[in-house]
Design a protein. Structure first.
Length: 278
């Protein structure tokens, strides 16, 4: 890694640190022990499907451990997912939009929000050999090099190259009760974070931990994402630098929405003490 990039990392770290001084944010119990999914209408059949999805989501949200969903015990828990819900509510995603000529209320998409009692979820986690991840959740600083068709850019909070990516990343953090900071263009420019230099960081990920300590006390989530025409999907390598260690995981041939969800899930798994993402 060049001396220029080393200096740039230190500079941008100090600047970013001034953007959001909090290293973590508190999640209330009510916020933590809830989950949301999208269902069609408010009928019983789709509600039960929604309950199963909400159960998966709340277990990962509370524990931070995505591996729980692959445990064989989950099959039995999903079969009675509705019995674990304390209360639920719907929100019509097309609220204010008139019903179409051939559309009834049963066809409209709804947000289904499920609320759970902490004791209920904690007991389920214990049965699965897990535990709640309580307390403040670290805010992640995002540094992402994006490459497609021989061109590239660094994702910025106010960039116009791909505003959908920024929105997608922010949306990916919500289900895990996580918070992220994406530097703006001025910060990246001041720090010398041009695409070529950021992409080069992927060749020396072991150095990220040292620079993460300059980023306001926040863990640094660094990624390199590139589009592959043959696979019609994005190939992504993620690195998380925290507490002097660097963790790495990959996803292949996915949408960028799924790539960002994988980034947040992996970071949550590490930060919650549940080990290396699979």
């Amino acid at each position: 890694m060049s001396g220029f990039l080393r200096s740039a990392l230190l500079t941008v770290g100090l600047v970013i640190a001034g953007l959001a001084p909090r290293t973590a944010f508190a999640v209330t119990i009510d916020e933590l022990y809830r989950s949301q999914t999208i269902v069609t209408g408010q009928g019983e059949e789709n509600r039960q499907i929604g309950f199963r999805d909400c159960l998966d989501r709340v277990l990962v949200r509370v524990s931070g451990d995505q591996r729980l969903l692959k445990k064989p015990e989950m099959a039995g828990l999903r079969d009675k997912a509705g019995s674990f819900v304390d209360s639920f509510r719907y929100h019509d995603r097309l609220e204010g939009i008139p019903i179409h000529d051939e559309q009834g209320t049963h066809d409209r998409p709804h947000d289904l929000t499920c609320l759970y009692k902490p004791a209920t979820v904690n007991k389920l986690l214990a049965q699965l050999g897990s535990r709640p991840w309580l307390g403040g959740r670290p805010t992640l600083t995002i540094l992402l090099a994006v490459e497609r068709a021989g061109r590239g850019f660094v994702l910025a909070s106010d960039g116009d190259e791909s505003p959908y990516m920024r929105e997608s990343f922010e949306a990916a953090a919500q289900p895990l009760a996580m918070s992220i900071v994406i530097p703006d263009k001025a910060t990246l420019t001041k720090g010398g974070f041009i695409f070529e230099e950021v992409r080069a960081m992927a060749t020396s990920p072991e150095l990220l931990g040292g620079y993460a300590r300059t980023l306001g006390g926040r863990p640094l989530l660094f990624g390199h994402i590139s589009w592959r025409d043959k696979e019609l999907g994005w190939f992504v390598d993620w690195w998380l630098a925290v507490d002097g260690k660097t963790y790495e995981w990959q996803v292949r041939g996915v949408s960028f929405d799924e790539a960002f969800r994988a980034a947040i899930r992996g970071a949550a798994q590490i930060l919650s003490g549940n080990g290396q993402p699979g």
